[in-house]
Design a protein around this ligand. Structure first.
Ligand code: ZN
Length: 220
């Protein structure tokens, strides 16, 4: 079984390698974990010994099938706990991530499977991220960025690619939560900022930086 830190590494490698399962460099890991390359190397050696990653010195790393399953388990727990906190405990979506970072390390599969059933098998977390299944499959969710939506197009907000609390609070204030109906009214060519209408509310203004972190799907 992997330790807490090992689980965080597996999760990080999973996220950094992206949908194409590309190799992740030791430097990228050192940067993300804000630790020295030497301690990253130590950890990678441990993970390789447990057959959770493929690792050769001076080369990138890749999760083994087993490592990928471990990473998906942690992500599954994390996202189910987030659903639980928002739906059953009344937390806001900008509050749950740091707590889920702790809860995700409770390993009991029985607990997580019962939690999953209790929540009626949700497919995505409060941020719109897909929840891996009990059998270790990550549902694919390919969403467009709001920043790429043409004028007059109506879309449904599906999630976010930026998870920090200030960003989520800003969105909540503008009524931008998953499920919102969004129409692009105008795009400013100079800086690609947008005027949008959210549900039936007054038009509001979003910067390009905001729009590129909102994930949407065409309505229909
Ligand atoms: Zn989270």
């Amino acid at each position: 079984m992997a330790s807490l830190t090992e689980e965080n590494y597996l999760k990080l490698i999973y996220h950094l390698s992206g949908p194409g399962y590309e190799e992740v460099s030791t430097n990228a890991l050192a940067e993300q974990t804000q630790t020295k390359a030497a301690s990253v190397t130590d950890m990678l050696r441990k993970l390789a010994e447990k057959n959770l990653i493929h690792y050769k010195k001076y080369q990138g790393v890749r999760l083994t099938e087993e490592g990928q399953q471990e990473a998906l388990k942690v992500i599954r727990r994390h996202r189910l706990w987030e659903v639980f906190m928002v739906e059953k405990l009344g937390f806001r979506w900008d509050e749950v991530h740091p707590i889920a970072e702790e809860l995700e390390h409770i390993a009991s599969e029985e607990l997580i499977n019962r939690l999953d059933a209790f929540l009626d098998f949700p497919e995505s977390d409060p941020h719109g991220d897909p929840i891996p299944t009990a059998s270790g499959r990550m549902p694919s969710a390919e969403y467009e960025k709001l920043a790429e939506v043409p004028v007059h197009q109506e879309v449904i907000m599906m999630g976010v690619s930026e998870h920090t609390a200030p960003f989520l609070q800003f969105l909540s204030k503008s009524g931008l939560i998953p499920g919102s109906l969004v129409q692009v009214l105008e795009v400013n060519e100079f800086d690609r900022s947008m005027t949008i209408q959210v549900n039936e509310a007054h038009p509001s203004f979003v910067s390009y930086e905001v729009a590129r972190n909102i994930l949407v799907q065409t309505k229909g």
